[in-house]
Write a protein that binds this ligand. Structure first.
Ligand SMILES: [Zn+2]
Length: 479
């Protein structure tokens, strides 16, 4: 499989993506409409993502718990915007044990309702707050078209659900989480995301405020990569989450919810991948280094494997995630292509000449060909390899940041905006009216991505209608 070329990204980006996911061995199509099977290599990548986030959540006072997959239909009807937003995507269980259920059950598309119900039981006094719970699992939203990782009916995620005594605390929580998401994307996934607030039309159904992190893919479309919502007392009202405050009066709690899903894997593929396949950032790669021993006969093999085994043990002991590719039924060239397809950041080759010279060859995945190849000493190899992995990590972030910045435009008028969003993002003043937002969407298919938290300052005029505008927004076509 690895010997067949992928379509190039320029030829057909969508098909490049579809084939890459299968050939890099990340996931496969399930025999269930709209669903995916995440294969061991893809799941190992997801585990590296989740374990970083889990650690960060726990360090900021959160705890994990789990709630049912099935939610009574009536729960959804308690919050009007929430039910309107989610109705078209719900999968509903009508029968159980061979009988029609008195009340249909919804396969959770998100868990605000059932968690809100439980919080109303648990919260009595200000002393019970805050509650900072994270649930890890999967949810189901009916989808018409499937694209592995990006759009599947069932997908994997965590959903944080918190309840607080005051508006200020709840808002601080929303931003604290957004900061964790931003840190994750920059430092781990090497994806330069932009933090901001969603417009009213783009916000989560039932939320007071939705914030997001947005990333630019290789085709310059945007991908919402994580969201953090502040609900004010919307869900507390619907589910009667109330408590006696310090003044001994009954008060509604303020709640939040937030999530990053397995979509982030799609983002990593589309930000870093190249025409040879996947490129994984070293900090998240399930395999950081693959050793390919090279020999022509048994005598060479004995010498080469002796060094290869020693190097393997040394690097493994240094905490590097390493794999030995000692398959004897495929050529070295096949192995190179195979690991390039699977995005392993660093390949370490050892041949008979290296054994003589006390060296090994390192080939960087992010710099194909000669440019990324170097010959280094076997002495202190763990230090050299760790250094190379951090260089790759920084190079990926730098490349993605330069690419993003080169493709964000500041159009001078509406005509120019219509041009630039065909192949990039526009960063423009906007009056924040639904009419202007709808006009851009109708004329170009671009939507508002977010209003960044970091604004240039000053005031301007709306790029669409010319009225005064206080903030700038990103317009882009999105996944
Ligand atoms: Zn306007």
């Amino acid at each position: 499989m690895a010997e067949e070329k992928l379509p190039t990204r320029a030829e057909d980006f969508s098909e490049w993506y579809n084939q890459l996911v299968l050939r890099a061995d990340l996931a496969d199509y399930a025999p269930v409409r709209g669903c995916m099977v995440v294969k061991p290599y893809g799941w190992a990548l997801w585990e590296n993502i989740t374990s970083w986030l889990d650690k960060e959540f726990k360090a900021t006072g959160h705890v994990n718990a789990t709630f049912p997959t099935l939610i009574p239909m009536s729960f959804f009807e308690k919050e009007k915007e929430h039910v309107e937003g989610f109705s078209p995507e719900l999968a509903v269980v009508t029968h159980g044990g061979g009988e029609k259920l008195e009340e249909p059950l919804v396969v959770r598309p998100t868990s605000e309702t059932i968690i809100g119900y439980m919080y109303s039981k648990w919260v009595k006094s200000w002393r019970d707050l805050p509650i900072l719970i994270v649930q890890w699992g999967s949810v189901l939203r009916w989808e018409m078209r499937t694209k592995l990782f990006l759009r599947t009916a069932e997908f994997y995620w965590h959903e944080g659900h918190t309840a607080h005594a005051s508006e200020q605390e709840a808002k601080e929580e929303m931003y604290r989480i957004l900061d964790i998401y931003e840190k994750f994307c920059y430092e781990e996934a090497a994806i330069p995301v932009i933090k901001g607030t969603k417009s009213d039309t783009e916000r989560f159904a039932g939320a007071h405020t939705t914030t997001s992190i947005e990333a630019m893919m290789w085709d310059k479309r945007a991908l919402q990569s994580g969201t953090s919502h502040y609900f004010s007392t919307n869900f507390a009202k619907a589910f009667e989450i109330q408590f006696l405050n310090k003044e001994n009066t009954l008060q509604l709690a303020e709640t939040t919810s937030w999530a990053i899903s397995s979509r982030i894997i799609g983002a990593m593929i589309m930000v870093h991948g190249d025409d040879q396949g996947l490129i994984l950032p070293p900090r998240l790669a399930p395999i950081q280094v693959v050793i390919v021993p090279i020999f022509k006969n048994d005598a060479e093999k004995a010498k080469v494997m002796e060094v290869a085994d020693r190097v393997f043990a040394e690097l493994k002991a240094a905490g590097i995630r390493i794999k030995m590719d000692d398959r004897d039924n495929v050529s070295s060239g096949f192995k190179f292509n195979d690991w390039e397809m699977r995005g392993v950041p660093l390949r370490l080759e050892i041949g008979p000449k290296d054994v003589e010279k006390g060296s090994v060859a390192l080939a960087r995945r992010d710099k194909p060909g000669r440019e990324g190849k170097s010959f280094v000493s076997q002495t202190d190899l763990a230090v050299t390899v760790s250094g190379a992995l951090s260089e790759i990590q920084s190079a990926l972030l730098k490349r993605a940041t330069e690419f993003r910045d080169a493709n964000i435009h500041d159009p001078k008028d509406y005509e120019e905006l219509k041009q630039v969003v065909m192949d990039g993002w526009a960063f423009s003043w906007w009056c924040e009216s639904r009419e202007c937002e709808a006009k851009v969407k109708e004329d170009t298919k671009a939507t508002t991505r977010n209003i960044p938290l970091h604004q240039p300052g000053g005031e301007g005029t709306c790029i669409v209608c010319g009225k005064p505008a206080k903030r700038k927004v990103y317009f882009a076509k999105a996944y």
